[in-house]
Ligand binder design. Structure first.
Ligand code: KG4
Ligand code: ZN
Length: 336
């Protein structure tokens, strides 16, 4: 059996990453996270593209070095085609196309959302098909029925903000540094999740809405700080715990409905927000109660990384799914 050696590039947002996989086994996964955005409280697309240009070649060299693989041994070069920021995607795709052409190797174009889901196959335990995946990141919130690596159906998604944005935007209102998700998580551990109540975005079907939460937190804080300027500082942990609780309830309510309606008992969590300790604990408790099985990848493979792109490219290689050298990045690339 042929064991393809694949170099994968991820550059859809603000992490520059390269990974090497051989026969489905991960040999290296190098990520350079861009610090430049912190001072702006959000990702600045122009700065992201420039930082990708600076980081990409060293990151690729480091991945090949750690994997102890010479570029001549590669069987394919994979890259994230979308969705993501156009300028960022262009840097990764231009590099991958040029590199593949120079080596005379095939090119594989990967969907970033598919890659977040297939991150579950990098290491055991792996979910069995079909399973339900909740992908929650800074840019996306999706419920997907996964029937095979290439057969995925998006059954629900956010109509406004992503779950990660809900964490980051509310954290910003509380004065926490960017990205706020991990800071809010840390504070929430010390607080009371039912002290304050915020609206759970009620959507028909399996969709999500988080913009109402942000607005209600904003008005609530304005009202409270008008009476007590130290309100946030005095109640930070309870505010974080209550906001986190609301986001988790919003996510889990739709997840349960989707799993029950579709008879799915294998539940997977993907994307950067899968790092949230409250979400992990709540999902683990919920699935134990229902007798379902839950799968959460290692943190390294939850946030943006090229390892998941390499895993996806491995499946595509097996299916003979190669890209034309003329392929373009697509910032709005759809999963189904
Ligand atoms: O998947 P990811 O690395 O990048 C995107 O594709 O968006 O996800 C980043 C998002 C950010 O919004 C970040 O605040 C959030 O994941 N995040 C968290 C935690 N760790 C990362 N949100 C809540 N709790 C965390 N522990
Ligand atoms: Zn992502």
């Amino acid at each position: 059996m042929h064991s393809p050696v694949i170099l994968a590039i991820e550059s859809s947002c603000d992490d520059t990453s390269a990974a090497v996989m051989a026969g489905g086994e991960i040999l290296a996964n190098v990520v350079a996270t861009q610090q430049v955005h912190e001072q702006y409280g959000g990702v600045v697309p122009e700065l992201a593209s420039r930082a990708h240009q600076q980081h990409l070649i060293p990151v690729v060299q480091e991945a090949l070095r750690r994997a102890k693989v010479d570029k001549s041994a590669l069987d394919a070069v994979a890259f994230t085609q979308g969705p993501g920021l156009l300028g960022s995607l262009l840097v990764g795709s231009m590099f991958a196309k040029t590199f593949a052409q120079a080596l005379d190797k095939p090119l594989i174009a990967v969907n970033h959302m598919r890659a977040h889901i297939l991150a579950h196959f990098i290491r055991a335990p792996r979910p069995a098909f079909p399973f339900l995946c909740l992908t929650v990141s800074g840019g996306h919130t999706q419920l997907v029925i996964v029937r095979s690596p290439m057969d995925m159906q998006v059954i629900g998604q956010t109509i406004d903000d992503a779950a990660g944005e809900a964490f980051d935007k509310t954290a910003k209102l509380l004065g926490l540094p960017y990205p706020g998700g991990p800071h809010l998580d840390k504070q929430a551990k010390l607080g009371n999740p039912t002290r304050f109540s915020f609206p759970v975005g009620a959507m028909p079907g399996y969709d999500f809405s988080f913009s109402g939460l942000k607005t209600s937190v904003l008005y609530f804080l304005r009202q409270q700080t008008a009476q007590n300027p130290d309100f946030v500082a005095e109640n930070l942990a309870d505010l974080c715990a209550s906001i986190q609780h609301t986001i988790i309830q919003t996510l889990l309510r739709q997840l349960v409905r989707a799993a029950e309606d579709n008879g799915l008992t294998q539940i997977a969590l993907a994307g950067g927000v899968a790092a949230n300790s409250g979400l992990r604990a709540a999902l683990t408790a919920l699935t134990a109660e229902k007798g379902w099985e839950v799968f959460i990848p290692d943190f390294e493979f939850c946030t943006d990384n090229a390892g998941m792109v390499a895993m996806t490219a491995h499946f595509q290689y097996e299916n003979g799914d190669f890209a034309s050298p003329l392929v373009s990045p697509d910032p709005r690339l759809k999963l189904t």
